[in-house]
Write a protein that binds this ligand. Structure first.
Ligand code: BDR
Ligand code: CA
Length: 357
């Protein structure tokens, strides 16, 4: 990876050019930006919207292991990798594995807004979280909260200060879009959406051009990408640089405790698909990129571009059409991650997971 990388972040870099008074005002009004305009300075309140899923499980664990940077308000579940009954149960299993039985977990939408649900048992196994030998994690004793995930998202954004909550979707965007449609007044209250999904300059992983989370619910993705909320997109452009190799699985197994070694087992099952199908040297650890960005945004390089979602065409349904070279006059709406420091990413991941039991 190039050492002297140029960070292309017009929104953030513009802050350093402001007058002292303006900067003081920004810090009062938007304290999360910090004195350098970086957004990894203060602890973020997040709602993690997920469809566990092996990489979702690692994202949940990484968030739970990072209380300095992340205040995990709640986990909301959506249908995606496997049906909702399984994703929500898997979220409970993962919290329990980490010894965090106090986490509030909510069940959300059971299908995409318009299309039938497409799932990914071929990657994640029948349970969504299979272990080698097709064994599974123990059933949880924790239970789901009774409130619907969409109502929880709306209620939380309404109750907390404007600009204080970051949404972190790492599955199809159905819950987030339905919340925006049901209660449009929450949209300007969202600080930022940092999501895993899409592919700006990388090919797709479920069609030649579409990434799974966006393809499963392109209509929801359209709602989110056209909402005006500041977006950070961790797509295949970076997640395919963050590969769980055999050596990295060994390192997990040797550096941490029970959680790290269970993650090593989960990764052993998960990676077999990408090793076989793509002949990659390891499986891409998609979803934890969202949490890693919140922990240390310098792990990634981003470019602010316009991204629109294809919802009409058969061949390109679910494509994140990114205007990478500004060949249109569409307004940039998304900070797209395009370069990851994978070595530092795995150092952070190992260190954090080793904090768990
Ligand atoms: C995304 O699809 C799912 O299978 C993963 O959990 C990740 O969120 C990657 O395309
Ligand atoms: Ca996911």
């Amino acid at each position: 990876m190039p050492k002297n990388r140029t960070r292309v972040e017009p929104f953030r870099s513009g802050i350093s050019e402001l007058s002292v008074t303006a900067r003081v005002l920004i810090l009062v009004e938007a304290p999360w930006l910090g004195k350098h305009g970086r957004n990894a300075v203060s602890k973020r309140k997040i709602i993690l919207d997920c469809d566990p899923g092996h990489d979702d499980a690692v994202a949940i664990l990484l968030a739970l292991a990072s209380p300095e940077e992340i205040d995990l308000l709640g986990i909301t579940c959506v249908a995606g990798n496997v049906p909702l009954e399984l994703t929500r149960n898997n979220a409970l299993k993962v919290c329990e594995l980490a010894g965090h039985t106090d986490v509030a977990v909510y069940s959300g939408c059971a299908r995409p807004m318009v299309r039938e649900l497409n799932t990914a048992e071929n990657v994640h196994g029948e349970s969504g979280l299979n272990l080698p030998g097709d064994s599974v994690l123990p059933e949880p004793s924790m239970t789901l909260r009774s409130q619907h995930a969409v109502d929880y998202i709306i209620e939380t954004l309404t109750a907390e200060d404007t600009g204080s909550i970051t949404l972190c979707p790492i599955g199809p965007l159905t819950n987030i879009a339905v919340a925006m449609i049901q209660a449009p007044e929450i949209v300007p209250r969202i600080r930022e959406i940092v999501l895993m999904g899409g592919a700006a300059i990388n090919p797709g992983n479920v069609t030649p051009v579409a990434e799974f989370n966006i393809y499963v619910d392109p209509h929801a993705a359209h709602v989110v990408f056209s909402s005006g909320v500041p977006l950070v997109m961790m797509g295949l452009d970076v997640t395919h640089q963050v590969l769980v190799t055999a050596e990295r699985i060994d390192a997990l197994r040797t550096t941490g405790g029970q959680v790290s070694s269970t993650v090593a087992d989960l990764m052993t099952f998960y990676c077999r698909f990408d090793l076989d199908k793509y002949r990659m040297e390891g499986g891409p650890l998609h979803d934890p990129c969202v949490i890693a960005y919140l922990i240390d945004s310098t792990l990634f390089d981003l470019k602010h571009v316009n991204v629109e979602i294809e919802t009409n065409a058969d061949l390109t349904l679910g494509q994140t059409v990114a205007d990478w070279w500004t060949v249109t006059d569409r307004t940039p709406n998304c900070h797209v991650a395009h370069q990851a420091d994978d070595t530092r990413f795995f150092e952070v991941l190992n260190e954090r997971l080793a904090r768990l039991p």
